[in-house]
Design a protein around this ligand. Sequence first.
Ligand SMILES: [Mg+2]
Length: 258
Amino acid sequence: MVKKDLSFKAVIFDMDGVITKTALTHASAWKKMFDDYLRKRESEHGESFKEFTHMGDYLPYVDGKPRYKGVKSFLESRGISIPFGDPDDKPGAETCCGLGNRKNEAFNEVLDRDGVEIYPSTLALIKELKAAGIPMGVASSSKNCQPVLIAVDLLRFFDVRVDGEVSAELNLSGKPEPDIFTTACDVLKVSYSDSIVVEDAVSGVQAGAKGNFGFTLGIAREDNRKDLEENGADFVVEDLDEIGGLDGLDQLFIKYSK
Ligand SMILES: [Mg+2]
């Protein structure tokens, strides 16, 4: 294997919205679950229904966060307080965990029906990094990370996976805390300042900034460049096809790393 002389030592990728086109699948599953729940509250408690929106609710309160934390964070923003519950709660139980589990059911229904698509530019970069001998990690809040990456035959490219399942086992704090990224670097035995974080969510670039990673690259898939820049991304693109491959990534690291 050719080991190229590059300025960085590892790259840690988020999955949903960075590797796989599953960010919108998550967004629509969340919307369905929350709108159903808010309508139920309207009929049972007389609270007037205000729909769950992508820009106003999903992106600031839910995107990138662990499942139950996302539920809690959105409900708090609406002044709704329900018990946190337990991850074993039945889907639809009126707890943060029950609602999160219902969202997961909706998500899996869509995945089973439509399958998973990947971003070609991300795959191309992953292949270049592999050929150059750069260790890679995947750091995702998702508990579906492993089955999704197996389904698209990409798990084999990653030297470490720190996802929702691993986070629960190790009791790691989710994004916007940097723990899942720092844990991935620790396993790879690479310093944070020599590592690149690639993220599409506000909570993810916040984690990149908090963890003092060498370079946090934001991917603004949602016309949200400014939000990513203001929350900790060192540089923002709309797709990885803009960076000029491995050499381009190296140049960006040299220019922007701290
Ligand atoms: Mg993401």
